[in-house]
Design a protein around this ligand. Structure first.
Ligand code: EPU
Length: 416
């Protein structure tokens, strides 16, 4: 297993190219099951989660290659199953459920188990598919779903769910009649998926608003598209500049996907300037402590909570950070405390009292964004930090140590 060794204290300077979005690419790959033939994705990130989704699609009979673009040929799908081995390494595997059921009338998908950040059930996905006419049983840890042709339905999600919205939107494209999803997720990744589905011939209105209407069609055809930039990777590098007191220029970004994050970081004392697809960020004086609450898009994202907490740990006062999406997404708190952060948990709120400086320590990554927060803490800390279990980082950050080294960080990947 690899670990990262970071010698902190260097203000980062230079340019970073932002990769394609993991959470946009995953549903795009799943959507290929809706139309036989060759689909083509430019700017897909080279990440472990993307390879897992490719493995899953290959298991089902797709041919997948990565050259200049990531291509998936779904002409010969012959297995309608997402096995436990793959779903347990990546929950987003459940995104194949809606497309498989809509296109082939059957699907067998392992139920995801518990997760480091919360229970994360898929009951809302299943309830919506039932409303569209699917018969769903649980059998030996698997969701077994059958349907003739799915039919349109009016679906109101009890809670905003990103992959739930994506799964149902995909299924509805081939359903008979009109589906309306209310309380839909508005994340940019949902909009990007809708745009690809429309390019395939789907008829969808309202993506990016809380109500999405999908008019079912008989058939879709493969298409090609460019994956949107990863807003969470960009947000993480914005914090990297802020926490080290550096100056970075991020290229290939969509600042309109980062408004809440940019607003919070500006309140925290970072100077941020957006122009075209570039965001420039620097910090002169000490980080100001500000409060943050995670909420669905367009509010402050849960996927930036851990990184923001690392920044607040060197703030000038007290910051209250509330996590409202996942009940257990504070696994980074104990590790940041090992680096000298002063953080107390009070239910779903972390009380972060800023300290002058963090200090390097051996720490362990527990999930993707928690791992990112430890890297950020390490970049700012005095002395050496060793971060183990970094396979989590490889799921979601393309070439993180190469990108950070190129802007001056002292960071090495070593075998444990
Ligand atoms: N929920 C249910 N039942 C469901 C579905 C969701 O109770 O059937 C609950 C969840 O337990 C959670 C809340 O609803 O408390 C929201 O979860 P959501 O379904 O929106 O999360 P997700 O779709 O599983 C995606 C991202 C996550 C990101 C969340 C929230 C992908 C592949 N994953 O997960 O990304 O944190 O939305 O924005 O898009 C990450 O990249 O590190 C990551 C975890």
């Amino acid at each position: 297993m690899d670990k990262l060794v970071v010698e902190g204290g260097v203000p980062l300077q230079g340019e970073v190219r932002i990769s394609g979005s993991k959470n946009a690419a995953l549903p795009l790959l799943a959507s290929t099951l809706l139309a036989n033939g060759r689909h083509c994705f430019f700017n897909a990130p080279r990440l472990r989660d993307i390879r897992t989704m490719q493995t899953l699609l290959r298991y089902m009979g797709a041919v997948s290659t990565t050259e200049e673009a990531l291509q998936i040929d779904t002409s010969k799908i012959h297995r309608f199953e997402a096995p436990y081995q793959l779903v347990k390494t990546m929950r987003a595997s459940v995104l194949v459920l809606g497309p498989m059921l809509a296109r082939y009338g059957r699907a067998r998908v392992s139920l995801p188990g518990g997760c480091a950040i919360g229970a994360r059930p898929i009951n809302l996905h299943l309830k919506a598919l039932e409303l569209m006419g699917a018969e769903i049983k649980l059998d030996h840890g698997y969701v077994v779903a059958r349907a003739g042709r799915l039919h349109g339905a009016s679906i109101t999600f009890d809670q905003v769910t990103v992959t739930g919205t994506e799964n149902i939107m995909m299924a509805a494209c081939l359903a008979d009649g009109v589906t309306v999803i209310k309380n839909a997720a508005r994340e940019p990744e949902v909009v990007a998926l809708a745009e690809y589905l429309i390019a395939m011939g789907a008829s969808i209105a309202g993506a990016g608003t809380p109500e999405i209407t999908i008019f079912g069609v008989e058939e879709l055809s493969p298409a090609s598209c460019t994956v949107i930039p990863d807003r969470i990777e960009a947000g993480t590098y914005l914090v990297a500049a802020g926490i080290t007191g550096g100056h970075l220029r991020l290229n290939g970004c969509r600042s309109d996907h980062l408004e809440a994050v940019i607003q919070k970081l500006t309140e925290a004392g970072l100077a941020i300037n957006c122009e075209g697809d570039t965001i420039e960020v620097s910090r002169g004086s000490r980080v100001c402590s500000v409060n943050a609450k995670t909420q669905p898009f367009p509010a402050f994202p849960t996927d930036m909570q851990a990184q923001f907490m690392a920044l607040m740990s060197i703030g000038s006062g007290v910051s209250l950070i509330s996590e409202n999406i996942f009940e257990n997404r504070f696994m980074h708190v104990l590790e940041l405390r090992r680096m000298g952060a002063d953080i107390e948990l009070d239910g779903r709120t972390a009380v972060v009292r800023g300290v002058k400086r963090l200090s390097g320590a051996p720490v362990m990554a527990t999930d993707l964004r928690a791992s990112a927060s430890l890297v950020l803490g390490a970049l700012a800390a005095k002395g050496k930090t060793e971060i183990s279990r970094i396979y989590h980082l490889d799921r979601g950050y393309e070439s993180i140590e190469t990108k950070l080294s190129a802007v001056g960080a002292k960071i090495d990947r070593v075998k444990e």
